[in-house]
Design a protein around this ligand. Structure first.
Ligand SMILES: *[C@@H]1O[C@H](CO)[C@@H](O)[C@H](O)[C@H]1NC(C)=O
Ligand SMILES: *[C@@H]1O[C@H](CO)[C@@H](O)[C@H](O)[C@H]1NC(C)=O
Length: 370
């Protein structure tokens, strides 16, 4: 039963040889072990695809200070590692290579995420006159096509593929943020944007279902972070009305409510999938809870640079300036990114991502196989 692709893991983790494969899905107290991780999503998970496909549109992420904690710019939209990197480390796998990188071995996983992408595809946006506003069309559907194209290099027969993907971890998201925020920044109303949420959730759920039919049994579906706390949205969509801001955090209530609505529908969709596919484990990974905690009590987490102020940016109350994004002329970077929650007004710092990952990992110990 030991497949060729599985054996390197066995060699790396000799303890696994003591467990029969029927125990592969570990009793719940074990740290989960997988042969590979496949990740889909946007800039919260992208480890280089966005830079490979659209270096012209977003040259900043290919330059320092992006990557300053990592040691070099990689296309990650942060100073260092992302949640997906900490997950890979926790399960003993290499950091996921971007799926579009050449000369890579993807047998231990691939990251299909693309910075700036949407869950919904360009046909949806064309119908609404919004096709031109996005920096990339590499939607979740496109990323799934890339996965299908990669498949023959991972496994051949249906049985072999099911076996292989049954030992893989699939991380699907966060995705959907760009579907909401870019239309809002293009002056669509919140009421209109709210109507996109069920379509986004349906797309995520359909993608999960396709992966389950390919053999996936372990999926992580991260929810949305509280986007009302993003410096970019606080700066570009301000309200003259004080009541529109949460008193405790200073975040925009309506945008946080939009994220919560997305998360509520996502959890409902997960519930439906779980009852349809017994034996599959799908974890709702909470992005919202930990980030709102950071923002409410930053000192508790060592975030002394101010809750909503980006480490890297061109000034203003949130250190976000659309004329001088991080890594553009006129922007500066804080000395210690580990003391900031926000890296650049949208994305989090490595320090923040590092706090989020264990929460997702511990969700495994509570997850039941139905
Ligand atoms: C995405 O596709 C639309 C057509 O649906 C096109 O107008 C737009 O330029 C494309 N965007 C990119 C970045 O390729
Ligand atoms: C949105 O509205 C603002 C203010 O009215 C305007 O400056 C901006 O150009 C508009 N943006 C788009 C994409 O239409």
């Amino acid at each position: 039963m030991t497949s060729f692709f599985f054996s390197p893991l066995i060699m790396k983790l000799p303890v696994l040889t003591l467990l029969s494969l029927s125990c592969f899905h570990f009793s719940h107290s074990f740290t989960p072990r997988y042969n590979s991780i496949f990740s889909f999503g946007n800039s919260l998970a992208d480890t280089g695809n966005g830079l490979i496909t659209s270096a012209q549109q977003s040259p900043g992420i290919g330059r320092l200070p992006y990557g300053m904690t990592f040691g070099r710019p990689t296309g990650r939209c942060s100073d260092g590692r992302l949640v997906i990197d900490f997950i890979a480390e926790a399960v003993g796998l290499p950091l996921l290579p971007p799926s579009l990188a050449s000369d890579q071995d993807f047998r231990q996983g691939a990251n299909f995420a693309v910075a700036g992408c949407t869950a919904l595809d360009s046909a949806f946006w064309e119908q609404r006159g919004l096709a031109g506003i996005f920096g990339t069309n590499d939607s979740l559907g496109v990323q799934l096509q890339w996965f299908e194209q990669l498949k023959p290099s991972l496994c051949s027969t249906v049985r072999e593929c099911k076996d292989y993907f049954g030992k893989s971890l699939f991380v699907l998201g966060e995705i959907g943020g760009n579907d909401y925020h870019l239309p809002l920044l293009a002056n669509r109303t919140l009421e209109e944007v709210r109507t996109y949420v069920p379509y986004v959730i349906e797309t995520i759920s359909n993608t999960a279902e396709i992966l389950i039919n390919e053999g996936a049994v372990d999926l992580v579906l991260p929810g949305a972070p509280p986007s009302g706390c993003f410096g970019v949205l606080l700066t570009l969509l301000p309200s003259p009305n004080k009541q529109d801001y949460e008193p405790q955090t200073g975040c925009l209530k309506k945008l946080n409510a939009l994220a919560m609505y997305h998360n509520e529908l996502l959890r409902r969709a997960i519930g439906k999938l779980l009852s349809k596919y017994p034996g599959v484990r799908i974890i709702y990974a909470d992005y919202y809870g930990p980030v709102i905690q950071f923002v409410q009590t930053p000192e508790r987490f060592g975030f002394g640079n101010g809750a909503l102020i980006a480490c890297c940016g061109g000034g203003g109350p949130y250190n976000f300036n659309p004329q001088a994004w991080c890594a553009q002329p006129g922007a500066t970077v804080c000395e210690e990114p580990s003391k900031s929650i926000y890296w650049d007004g949208i994305h989090l710092t490595e320090a923040a991502y590092r706090y989020i990952a264990p929460g997702w990992l511990s969700a495994w110990s509570h997850a039941k196989v139905h």
